[in-house]
Design a protein around this ligand. Structure first.
Ligand code: DNO
Length: 407
């Protein structure tokens, strides 16, 4: 695996030097300032590449931009309305510019309206260490949906006991707590392409009333049919990030939550450039997603890995979970990494030039000096460094001859 790291650009509180100290080999970033749907110009791409290859004092960092996360797909493309055809053309032009700049791996998602969703950004990790992490609490989410957003029909989307727990929860929250909850959910977490108000969310939801999951999947396939042949021609690898969390929210359609969803998409446009971001943390929030198995069965198309773990409160689909230590959650990370190494060995044998798969330690708990640093939620320096070090250790141990995996 190539050990990469998400960096939000020069304003990121985590410096290039810190990344090098963590042993990072490559960078994952995006032009977050370019509005979704616009073209990424060669100048802006080159400027960001320079931000990565040079420290602020002008000396070389030895790092390069390996993966785009994300080249966002506009709401218009997802809904096939408004400017969607122009956005599609712009997307292809941006791909051309990225290819010219030598960046080959392009991550994106096809989640309607909201990118990743959490209710709590600083939840105390159980055990009393004082570390914090991100959490998705189903009752809080129901409280938001039913009582703050006041979405029509929301109450019918939750089991009765969750509705009544949400009622109790909301009445115990003061105005500030309610605002903080809404902020966490709709405001757009780091990397999200859009930052919405409650009103914006209501407007978007109304537009999705007429779009079924089947139709959204068709829009997705239409997008891929246009974009993937271009990517293929340019020598790029596209990789779709799963829904996070991988179950329905706000009555919206979801089409990238399960192995079956992934299979439908990769076979609909059956060329290698149409690939997957295997995000073990997002997918792992559902007990029926078998991550090592998915890697073994879909590995051929996995162009990018997000390695992260969660602990689920319940075995039900669509419940609460929190972000655990990288080796400590419900996904068997050692088995998953073994599956990755098997895939890399297969690719190497087949002579594929992409036999080293870029991986980033996804998210991290806030520990030690992270507490109080106020870096981007989910993207602390030390919590991620710890995750990366652990993942690297697993890879090294499994790759060692004594473990019997010939690479
Ligand atoms: C969260 C991220 C996501 C991801 C996008 C990809 O931490 O994994 O925001 O970048 O969904 O388009």
């Amino acid at each position: 695996m190539k050990q990469t790291w998400r960096w939000f650009g020069p304003d990121d509180q985590v410096s290039l030097a810190a990344m090098l100290q963590a042993g990072v080999q490559g960078v994952v970033t995006a032009l977050h300032h370019v509005p979704t749907g616009d073209i990424w110009s060669p100048e802006e791409i080159a400027r960001r590449q320079r931000d990565i290859s040079h420290h602020s004092d002008g000396t070389l960092s030895g790092l390069q931009w390996d993966v785009v996360e994300s080249l966002p797909v506009s709401e218009d493309i997802k809904k096939q309305k408004g400017q969607w055809r122009a956005h599609l053309e712009n997307y292809k032009v941006s791909l051309g510019h990225l290819a010219k700049a030598g960046i080959e791996t392009i991550c994106y998602n096809f989640m309607p309206v909201l990118d990743w969703t959490r209710t709590d950004l600083k939840w105390l990790v159980p055990g009393g260490s004082g570390a914090t992490c991100m959490r998705f609490d189903f009752t809080d989410f129901a409280a938001f949906d039913i009582f703050i957003l006041q979405r029509k029909g929301a109450e019918q989307d939750f089991p009765e006991e969750v509705v009544s727990a949400a009622k109790t929860r909301i009445s115990a929250m003061n105005e500030a707590a309610q605002q903080a909850l809404a902020q966490n959910i709709v405001c757009g977490l780091p990397g999200a392409a859009e930052h919405f108000t409650l009103e914006d969310v209501r407007d978007h939801l109304a537009e999705y009333d007429a779009i079924s999951a089947q139709q959204l999947r068709q829009h997705f396939i239409d997008f891929l049919s246009e974009v993937v042949p271009v990517a293929d021609e340019l020598g790029l690898r596209m990789c779709c990030h799963p829904d996070d969390p991988p179950f329905g929210l706000l009555g919206l359609p979801r089409v990238m939550s399960t192995e079956a969803d992934y299979r439908a998409i990769v076979t609909a446009v059956d060329i290698p450039a149409n690939g997957i971001t295997l995000c073990s943390g997002s997918l792992g929030a559902r007990p029926d997603n078998d991550l090592p198995g998915m890697m073994r069965r879909l590995g051929d198309r996995v162009h990018f890995l997000h390695l992260r773990n969660v602990i689920r409160d319940t075995p039900a689909i669509g419940g609460s979970f929190y972000e655990a230590e990288h080796l400590g959650g419900d996904t068997d990370m050692v088995d998953l990494i073994a599956a990755v190494l098997e895939e890399e060995a297969r690719r190497k044998k087949a002579g594929r030039k992409d036999h080293v798969i870029p991986m980033r330690p996804d998210h991290g708990q806030d520990i030690l000096d992270d507490l109080g640093r106020n870096a981007q939620p989910g993207y602390p320096a030390i919590g991620r460094l710890k995750g990366l070090a652990e993942l690297r250790g697993v890879e090294m141990a499994l790759s060692h001859n004594v473990a019997g995996i010939a690479r």
